[in-house]
Design a protein around this ligand. Structure first.
Ligand code: NAD
Length: 541
């Protein structure tokens, strides 16, 4: 940037459309859904600006109708991954030198394409691929991805504005260089926005990317790729490969030019990837940056002063939207004995009123879980709870995978605060509640802190300020996103930067300048105006 200090558009959160009966967006998204569901697409990889097909394919189907094929995608050979790396490094020569406003222009355009011509398509694809209701698709695939793109452009310029002091004889400048080499994005199934943001935010900062989406999200990743193409991301800057995650990751991490991992997914996989990087550390030209946002066992704690209906609503909404497959979804709750009967009655009523089925029927609140592996795991925990003497299922507990992977929203009540489903991330519509003695609040907070290895999100509901303060302090290390008198889900870009610590991740807060800072390597430039010509200092006499 040499010809002006350009201001970028002030980022505002994309308004969420209602999809109410009679609204134009409802017709549009249902039309797109029908079309995309009934045609069969063939999704190539995207390397060096070209569609790449290997002929070795897998089929894609919707979780709510698993026998219905919506398309195929092509699996990478090792040579495709090698090509993606080589092509990224080649593209880096120009991309890393491109003035920031040109990069900003591309990603701002991508945001507008999603807000406008691609909105129905990206939402419909997310309804089909990940079985999201239209509202869940809208707040993820459309609004959150748009927000990531717009806000990150603003955060990028905020970072560039951060400059050191200078004096009259020396001018100090910080240049925020992209990382040397290439970076690797590995994305989860559950958010189309995360899938788009991880590669995009690194490319925005001038990096070149190899991106591996989740097998269960490729149908909607295809729309992201189409948007990037139309927005003008140059060839080689973001390369997309599909297939065997181990082969792809080994190939990427064997390269001496590997310079960063941007991962979102489960804790175990992230730790394995970290280990691989550690094992290869002597081979790299630079220390790779490692960012990972991983699992959670997110909690709701109610104090005896809380409003029981608010507690019940936080449980019903916080645990079951998108079938509990948000990393932030509440999956353990601590309810005091004084309000238990009221909370119980209301939660059972709420859960019984949820309609379950295909997202194409907009009256459904709950749809299917992502795949058979997830379904089988959840069914196993539910069956276990049916047999365990310290657990009782108070609502739900049925499941059926004949057409789609449907798990009834299930609430387990346990007398054992360390019961398996109080500690283990299930990633599905299963909430476990422990009812505690209303006079044992402090002890319960300690229990919350010590029960899980994770520390992603959590909520306290109370009308007593002292109790709120006590929880804020006692739980300070067990949630990266902590909510007071709210459910623990629904973080908004620019308002609640998201991420957790402990086993939940490196807490680099997606959707904030903190995250973007991980993808640059600052260079300090000091320019001296009158260069000394004599080594002797005055004190030498
Ligand atoms: P996952 O770990 O199964 O998969 C994530 C990605 O890793 C996918 O692209 C997958 O193909 C890849 N992968 C799987 N095995 C691999 C291997 N051996 N080597 C390299 N890559 C591999 O996770 P998921 O089921 O897609 O997503 C759910 C998980 O993600 C949950 O644990 C959830 O809590 C977490 N999550 C966390 C956040 C957050 O911000 N903390 C956000 C979304 C999801």
């Amino acid at each position: 940037m040499g010809k002006g200090f350009f201001n970028v558009p002030i980022a505002i959160n994309e308004p969420v459309k209602s999809y109410a009966p009679g609204s134009p967006e409802r017709d549009e998204v249902l039309k797109a859904y029908k079309k995309m569901f009934n045609e069969t697409i063939d999704v190539p990889m995207y390397i060096n600006g070209k569609d790449v097909k290997t002929g070795n394919t897998k089929t894609m189907s919707a979780p709510h109708d698993h026998q219905h094929v919506v398309g195929t995608y092509h699996l990478a050979e090792k040579s495709n991954v090698d090509e993606a790396i080589a092509t990224a490094l080649e593209a880096r020569k120009e991309w890393s030198q491109l003035p920031w406003e040109q990069r900003a222009g591309i990603f701002l355009k991508a945001a507008e394409l999603i807000a406008g011509p691609y909105r129905a398509k990206i939402n419909a694809a997310t309804m089909i691929a990940q079985s999201k209701t239209v509202h869940q698709a809208e707040i993820d695939a459309a609004c959150e991805l748009i927000d990531f793109l717009r806000f990150n452009v603003q955060f990028m310029t905020d970072i560039y504005h951060e400059q050191p002091d200078s004096t009259s004889d020396a001018w100090n400048r910080l240049e925020y260089r992209p990382l040397e080499g290439f970076v690797y994005a590995v994305t989860p199934f559950n958010f189309t926005a995360i899938a788009g943001n991880l590669p995009a935010c690194m490319a925005m900062m001038g990096n070149v990317v190899v991106w591996k989406p989740s097998d269960s999200q490729i149908f909607s990743a295809k729309v992201i790729m189409d948007v990037f193409k139309e927005a003008g991301v140059p060839a080689g800057v973001i390369n997309v490969v599909f297939g065997d995650p181990v082969m792809i990751t080994d190939t990427v991490m064997d390269s001496p030019d590997f310079s960063g991992l941007h991962f979102t997914g489960s804790t175990y996989i992230f730790k394995e990837l970290w280990k691989k990087i550690g094992n290869n550390i002597h081979n790299y030209k630079t220390y790779p940056r490692i960012v990972g946002e991983t699992g959670g066992k997110d909690f709701i704690v109610a104090h005896k002063s809380a409003n029981p209906i608010q507690v019940a609503t936080a449980i019903s909404r916080g645990s079951f939207e998108f079938q509990g497959q948000k990393c932030s979804a509440a999956s353990r709750a601590y309810v005091p004995s004084n309000m238990w009967e009221v909370v119980k009655k209301r939660v059972i009523e709420d859960v019984k009123s949820f309609k379950m089925g295909s997202p194409e029927d907009l009256s459904n609140f709950v749809t299917a879980v992502i795949h058979e592996g997830s379904f089988d795991k959840l069914a196993k925990f539910i069956d276990q709870a049916k047999n365990d003497s310290d657990a009782e299922i108070i609502v739900g507990g049925n499941y059926d995978k004949s057409k789609g992977y449907f798990i009834e929203p299930t609430v387990i009540v346990t007398t054992n605060p360390k019961y398996s489903t109080m500690c283990t991330e299930l990633f599905g519509p299963v909430m476990t509640i422990y009812v505690y003695d209303e006079n044992k609040y402090s002890e319960t907070l300690k229990l919350v802190d010590e029960t899980s290895e994770y520390a992603l999100t959590g909520a306290i509901l109370s009308t007593d300020r002292y109790a709120i303060q006590e929880a804020t302090k006692a739980l300070q290390n067990c949630a990266g996103n902590f909510y007071i008198n709210d459910k623990p889900t629904g973080a908004v870009v620019g308002q609640q930067p998201f991420g957790g610590a402990r086993a939940s991740g490196t807490n680099d807060k997606a959707g904030s300048a903190l995250n973007l800072l991980r993808w640059v390597s600052p260079r300090m430039i000091k320019e001296t105006f009158v260069t000394p010509t004599d080594y002797r200092y005055p004190f030498l006499g």
